[in-house]
Design a protein around this ligand. Structure first.
Ligand SMILES: [Zn+2]
Length: 204
């Protein structure tokens, strides 16, 4: 009897390892959302280079494949086994200086989400700690194999507090300005403050 139980256990372990039979499939796409990268100081929206390297090392050693926003829009995209989307909101200048070398080291790619009307300025939505943002000359220098760009709105306002018209105008302005500059971007929006309009008929 004991031998039978042992054999059954071995068979189950084999099936689990070989076919992953008893693990529920992960649904949805893991999205890692970052903002600032710093050498050592940690604030609510920053990650240190050391932490980032450790997290990227985890992804690589657990066989995650970084995918792009553009892949999401491609119906013929062949999905890797462990996809992950790595995003950086706000286009902070510290991304230009500190993030790219780490991405290259781990052969990962990331999407930088642009607050279009603030590029080249400071993050005025953080009055206590406004930080410099990349301008177009920085963005153009980024290797398109490593970085792609998405939208993080035009004015970095909370979409939850805007009317439908205001939201449309904000997005139209993103398209207009980036297209005028012939600047490549994927039409995917990361909501400022992660705030998206819930169903509120009176606001629609
Ligand atoms: Zn933001």
């Amino acid at each position: 009897m004991t031998a039978l139980v042992l054999v059954a256990a071995v068979v189950i372990i084999f099936l689990q390892i070989w076919f992953n039979l008893f693990t529920p499939p992960i649904t949805g796409l893991p999205v890692l959302m970052y903002h600032k990268v710093s050498e050592d100081s940690i604030s609510g929206t920053s990650v240190t280079t050391k932490q980032l390297a450790r997290q990227f090392d985890y992804l690589v050693s657990h066989n995650y494949s970084a995918i792009r926003l553009a892949d999401l829009l491609n119906p013929d995209f062949s999905w890797p086994e462990n996809p992950v989307l790595i995003t950086f909101d706000d286009a902070y200048l510290n991304n230009f200086e500190l993030l790219i070398p780490i991405l290259i080291k781990y052969r990962l790619k990331a999407s930088i989400m642009l607050p279009v009307n603030h590029l080249g300025l400071k993050s005025s939505w953080e009055p206590e700690t406004p930080s410099p943002l990349m301008d177009y000359s920085h963005l153009m220098q980024l290797d398109s194999e490593v970085i792609e760009f998405g939208l993080h709105s035009f004015d970095h306002k909370n979409f939850n507090n805007l009317t439908q018209d205001e939201r449309s105008n904000d997005l139209d302005a993103c398209f207009r300005v980036l297209n005028e500059k012939n600047f490549p971007f994927v039409p995917v929006l990361a909501y400022p403050y992660g705030a998206y309009p819930r169903k509120r008929p009176e606001k629609e």
